[in-house]
Ligand binder design. Structure first.
Ligand code: PRP
Length: 213
């Protein structure tokens, strides 16, 4: 039997997702061990294997068919913009993509000023300002701790994920506009969806039922 390969986003999302799979009887030995450094976990009997990847790489693995299924945040799906089927909202990992900055930056978003926007998500930021707001901005790509940018004067605002709002609050920043809601999603390779329809549909059904239970 051909393995169905499932790419998980390393970290909290993987842990939650493995627990969900476990609830409808899909487990792989060692995958729930805390502190393990192994990247691949197989269940030979079920013909299923999981592997752990960095979030932005999950859509890549799925698009190329190296994984049939991927579990990844909607932020990453939008940013990577790969050809995939998005089939299920898992409802966890909930947060929001927002434009944030000091309160004093608010008029800059209303007046259509030429501003700089720092972000880990240049595609999402560009799409929002260009297509939704029709505002010309300069996008500056950063790799983390985005909240620093307006504080030290790299950019007027940021486009970033807000979960609890604690990071913003502790750094004297605030949400100025909401771009879109986010959560963990299930994506499927387009060829796998045809060739392995029965097994993949059963997995999606299992996930849905486990979520509802
Ligand atoms: C994310 C995000 C915010 C923070 C939001 O960063 O970029 O900085 O979490 O969460 P909060 O609203 O609950 O404070 P992450 O911790 O993933 O690290 P990063 O700064 O390296 O991107």
């Amino acid at each position: 039997m051909r393995y169905i390969t499932i790419a998980l986003t390393k970290g909290r999302l993987a842990k939650k997702t493995l627990e969900l799979f476990d609830r409808f009887g899909i487990t792989a030995e060692g995958s729930m061990d805390s502190g393990t450094r192994r990247l691949i976990f197989e269940n030979e009997e079920l013909g299923i294997r999981f592997f752990m990847a960095k979030g932005p790489d999950v859509p890549t693995y799925v698009a190329y068919g190296a994984a049939d299924i991927g579990i990844v945040g909607r932020d990453t799906i939008l940013e990577e913009n790969r050809k995939l089927y998005e089939v299920l909202d898992l409802g966890y990992g909930k947060c929001r993509m927002c434009i944030c900055g000091p309160e004093s930056a608010r008029p800059l978003l209303e007046g259509g000023a030429q501003i700089r926007v720092a972000t880990k998500y240049p595609r999402i930021a560009k799409d929002y300002f260009l297509n939704k707001k029709h505002q010309t901005v300069e996008i500056i790509k950063l790799n983390g701790s985005i909240e620093l940018a307006p504080i030290v004067g790299l950019a007027e605002v940021i486009c970033d994920i807000v979960e609890t709002g604690a990071t913003l609050h502790e750094n004297g920043l605030t949400v100025l506009e909401e771009v879109c809601p986010l959560s963990a999603r299930v994506v499927v390779n387009q060829v796998s969806m045809k060739l392995e329809n029965e097994r993949i549909s059963a997995i999606i059904r299992g996930l849905k039922e486990a979520l509802e239970a």
